[in-house]
Every structure is written in structure tokens, then in C-alpha cells.
Ligand binder design. Structure first.
Ligand code: HEC
Ligand SMILES: [Cu+2]
Length: 357
């Protein structure tokens, strides 16, 4: 048997030697190269990345997808070709031809993937090394995730915010951690996704390449309010960023010099401690739906637990939420407010909620 791979059982009217195999190989190969190049060049799955790291990652990803597409088409092409070309003829009851391995083919299909893997590893390493290289003008922002909000701290300015502002074109080193359970800091448009783990700091660099506002999403199921654990990155030109910093610092100084009226303070605390993520409250523009709406809580709080005044009920609900579970709601309110809140903040918040008539 000189050409086992091309052998046809007796009774078949397909000639033993023909060129369909070669033709198929050429058609499959050309299709794979064209489709792979198109997928690599115009990857339809991703919008444009808005960070320089994201752009590098996308280029690499498109190359991976392009190569994977080509390999997929080659493998499936030969599979389909074989199904059609070597189908058993209706009257053919014979066994198939006993085939042995084909050393050349095996060397080829081991060497080529090995080479592809080596090339992709080298390219990936170069992209990773470049992304991790610190720039001299780098700015540090400390990111803390907690159920269910993100908090940003700028050590350069001693400034804490709930929204991340970064200057266009400047490398920002994010030092990410969690105050409670695991979260993940994700900015889809920038291709940045990093775990936020309690007691540990994970780092990632971002250099924004397009001004705009991009959503920040928590990408780790972290509890009942996970879906509302969102914020945003605001990318602006360096001068605009500096103006924003000064405005925040000014507001902070004014707040320190002249404490806000109880209502403003109450709204601030309500949002700062993440109550807004779970409790709707019109006065604080909060829309959370995990817990009961707190509109009018001041009027009804006295009638909920017999023997507890409105003030006691609200205070207890905050510092010991498990003492009384509001019927029809899950017992998911965080139990650590007593440790996290100063006495002054707690009292201000209780007074604020009492005023919600
Ligand atoms: C993770 C979501 C979540 C967060 C964050 C949260 N709560 Fe709650 N809260 C709930 C749920 C759910 C209930 C109802 C079940 C229960 O009683 O524990 C509740 C109950 C309450 C009640 C009783 C409401 C009623 O109608 O009887 C008050 C008051 C309250 N929370 C205040 C707060 C305040 C103030 C904060 C912020 C400091 C806060 N909660 C943060 C989920 C949350
Ligand atoms: Cu989270």
C-alpha cells in the first residue's frame, strides 16, 4: 500500500489518486489566513481601549484571536472535508484501512503550535513588562472596595473621593485593597481588572488615552448590593484635573472650617457609608432596593419594635442590624457599622433619619 491516506475501499467510484485533497488544503488554508487576518485586524468583540495598557493588550488579544480563528478554520475545514470526501459509500460494508502514524505530519503539527506558543509568550512578556514599568511622573491612587462602594485616596493631596479622576496621558498606579470581602476593580473600557482583597494590596497601572467618563464595575460577586457597586473614572486634561483637585481641597477646607448643616451632613454620611446602595431615600437621591426605603422612617420608626423609641430603633438598626430583621427582607445589612462609624457620625446619621418624616 503506497499511499494509505489516499486509499479508497473497493467499490468506490472515486479515483485512488486525485487532487481534491490538495485543492481542499489550499482552499482551507487560504480561508483560514484571510479569516484569521480579518479577525485579528478588525476584532468585532471590543470597543476601542481608552488606556495605553488596554491598547497593547487589545493588539495582543487580536493576534491571539486571529491565530485561534485560523487554527479553528483549518481543523474544522479538514474535519468537514474528511466527512464529505471519505464518507462510506452506501454499498460499502468493508472495514476501514488500517493506518499507521505519519511521522512528518506529527512533527509538523507539534512543532508549529510549539513555535506559536513560544512567540506568543515572548510577545506577552514584553507587553506585561512594558505595562508594569513605572514612569517618573507616576501618580498613586489608593483604591478601597467595600460593600458596596469604591473609595479613592490621593496620598499626594491627602484627598478622599468616591469618584476616580485621573489626568490624561499620565501613568496612574492604583493600589487596590478591600475593607471587607473580595471585590474586583474593573474598568471595561480601559481593560483594567484587578482583584480587591482584604489585607493585601494589588497594583495596576493605567494611562488614559482618551478624555471621557468610564464606568467602574465590581467584577466579583460580593453580596446583595454587588450590582450597585459602581463608580466612574473621569479622565481630563492635566490642567482640568488640577482645577478639580483644588476644588476638592477647597471644599474639604471649607467643610473643616465650617461644619455643614445637619441635613447636608446627614446626606453626606448616608452616601459615604454606602446606605444609598441598599436603601432608597429621596432626600439623599438614593435609589438602592436591597433594603426597605427609608423615606418617612422618622414617622414610623417608633411603631416597629414595641418599647423602642424612634431614635432607639434607628440607632439599633444601624449598629446591630441583626437584632430586628424587617419582615420580607434578607438579613444582609453589614454588621460592622458600630466599628466603622465614629460616635459623632452615628448620631448625625440617626438625627438625619429621624427628620425623614
Ligand atoms: C447591603 C445592603 C445594606 C446596607 C449597605 C445598609 N443596609 Fe440598612 N438594611 C438592609 C436590609 C436588607 C434591611 C432589612 C433587613 C434588616 O432589618 O436587617 C435594612 C434595614 C435597615 C433599617 C430598618 C428599616 C425599616 O424600615 O425598619 C434601617 C433604619 C437601616 N437599615 C439603616 C441603614 C443605614 C443608616 C445604613 C448606612 C449606614 C444602612 N442601613 C446600610 C440593607 C442594607
Ligand atoms: Cu464588590
Amino acid at each position: 500500500m503506497s499511499h494509505p491516506t489516499n486509499h479508497r475501499p473497493a467499490g468506490s467510484n472515486v479515483p485512488v489518486f486525485d487532487n481534491t485533497g490538495k485543492m481542499a488544503a489550499i482552499i482551507i488554508g487560504v480561508t483560514a489566513v484571510v479569516a484569521g487576518s480579518v479577525m485579528g485586524a478588525a476584532n468585532p468583540f471590543l470597543s476601542n481601549a481608552t488606556s495605553s495598557q488596554g491598547a497593547q493588550i487589545d493588539t495582543l488579544f487580536s493576534l491571539f484571536v486571529g491565530i485561534a480563528t485560523a487554527i479553528f478554520i483549518i481543523v474544522q475545514g479538514f474535519l468537514l472535508f474528511s466527512i464529505v470526501r471519505f464518507a462510506r459509500a452506501p454499498e460499502d460494508e468493508e472495514d476501514g484501512v488500517p493506518l499507521r502514524g505519519n511521522t512528518k505530519l506529527e512533527v509538523f503539527w507539534t512543532a508549529v503550535p510549539a513555535l506559536i506558543v513560544v512567540i506568543l509568550s515572548v510577545l506577552s512578556y514584553r507587553v506585561l513588562a512594558d505595562i508594569e514599568r513605572p514612569h517618573p511622573d507616576q501618580m498613586v491612587v489608593e483604591v478601597t472596595g467595600r460593600q458596596y462602594a469604591w473609595e479613592f485616596y490621593y496620598p499626594d493631596y491627602d484627598l478622599k473621593t468616591a469618584e476616580l479622576h485621573i489626568p490624561l496621558g499620565r501613568q496612574v498606579l492604583l493600589k487596590i485593597t478591600s475593607a471587607d470581602v473580595n471585590h474586583a476593580f474593573w474598568v471595561p473600557q480601559m481593560r483594567i481588572k484587578k482583584d480587591a482583597v482584604g489585607g493585601k494590596i494589588t497594583t495596576v497601572n493605567i494611562t488614559a488615552t482618551a478624555p471621557g467618563v468610564y464606568p467602574i464595575v465590581c467584577a466579583e460577586l460580593c453580596g446583595a448590593g454587588h450590582a450597585v457597586m459602581r463608580s466612574q473614572v473621569v479622565v481630563e486634561a492635566e490642567p482640568t484635573f488640577q482645577i478639580w483637585v483644588q476644588a476638592q481641597l477647597g471644599a474639604k477646607q471649607r467643610a473643616a472650617a465650617m461644619p455643614p448643616d445637619p441635613k447636608t451632613l446627614g446626606r453626606q454620611l448616608y452616601n459615604q457609608y454606602g446606605c444609598n446602595a441598599c436603601h432608597k431615600l429621596a432626600d439623599a437621591a438614593a435609589v438602592g432596593v436591597v433594603g426597605p426605603a427609608l423615606d418617612g422612617i422618622g414617622s414610623r420608626a417608633a411603631d416597629i419594635v414595641p418599647g423602642q423609641s424612634a431614635e432607639e430603633y434607628i440607632r439599633t438598626a444601624i449598629i446591630r442590624p441583626m437584632d430586628f430583621i424587617t419582615p420580607n427582607y434578607p438579613p444582609v445589612m453589614p454588621g460592622d457599622y458600630a466599628q466603622r462609624m465614629s460616635q459623632a457620625d452615628l448620631e448625625a446619621l440617626v438625627q438625619y433619619l429621624l427628620e425623614q418624616k
